[in-house]
Design a binder for this molecule. Structure first.
Ligand code: MG
Length: 257
């Protein structure tokens, strides 16, 4: 069942979203060669606390970290670890979610560690732009398939793999609500988007195969062929007056639609 949110509820979600975005921005700014993903996790935990929020991922389904930290060929759900040290030329996908007053925010970004190869830089740029394209398609009157079509368009043009097993989702009082928001689709197909829907849109693209591998810790998901992958995510609220990006901060907005 899809839970439509009232304008008041969307206001509350904006605050959870703002905190998710702020923590992501500050943790992302700390990404540098030599830092461990555990250090980034500890930093996020402090930042969530300072904002009066809880790290939404910690304990979610038993996840041990405050952030997901996924390096290079890791697509999502990397568990932060002292042993995972970032090196020049790596990329790291950081996923932060805040829980505030019973509402979730959820967003992710892939950061280069120092300088990356032109091929990897292109992966980051195309995946980010595809997220923005998906956000623009997320408006009342469109369909879920319009989001998927918008997201996957540039990936195909650039011969990137589009992960299909992992998808975006509704968000609200739970981190993952209905509907699923695939990063592929058919124009005008799928459920119609209506005011009150809150969705997390999150393309995951790879430089190789779109196939994924699950790992023994029960969390980590990597590409099956070792190719590197990028992940960009923002949460939005669809309203009759336009689409609101929930996971953003004053001064850092980028207009959508
Ligand atoms: Mg998500």
């Amino acid at each position: 069942m899809i839970y439509l949110k009232t304008p008041e509820q969307i206001e509350a979600m904006k605050e959870a979203g703002r905190i998710s975005a702020k923590v992501l921005r500050l943790v992302g700014a700390a990404v540098e060669p030599g830092i461990s993903t555990k250090e980034l996790d500890a930093m996020a935990e402090r930042l969530f606390k300072a904002e009066g929020a809880k790290p939404g991922f910690k304990g979610y389904g038993g996840f041990p970290g405050s952030i997901c930290a996924s390096v290079n060929n890791q697509i999502v759900h990397g568990i932060p670890s002292k042993k995972t040290i970032l090196h020049e030329g790596d990329i790291i996908s950081i996923d932060t979610g805040a829980l505030l007053d019973g509402w979730y925010g959820d967003n992710a970004w892939t950061y280069p560690v120092g300088e990356v190869t032109p091929e990897v830089q292109r992966l980051l740029e195309v995946t980010e732009q595809s997220m923005w394209n998906g956000l623009e398609a997320a408006k009342a009157g469109n369909h879920l398939g319009d989001i998927g079509t918008a997201v996957e368009h540039l990936a195909h043009k650039n011969h990137l793999g589009v992960v299909r097993e992992l998808v975006g989702h509704g968000i609200g009082r739970d981190m993952h609500e209905e509907p699923n928001v695939p990063n592929y689709g058919l124009k005008h197909f799928g459920r119609k988007l209506v005011a009150g829907m809150c969705l997390a849109i999150e393309p995951m693209f790879t430089l190789g195969s779109r196939k994924i591998a699950y790992h023994d810790d029960g969390w980590l998901i990597t590409t099956i062929d070792g190719s590197w992958s990028a992940h960009f995510e923002k949460s939005v609220a669809i309203t009759d007056e336009g689409t609101i990006v929930l996971t953003t901060e004053p001064g850092y907005e980028r207009p959508v639609g």
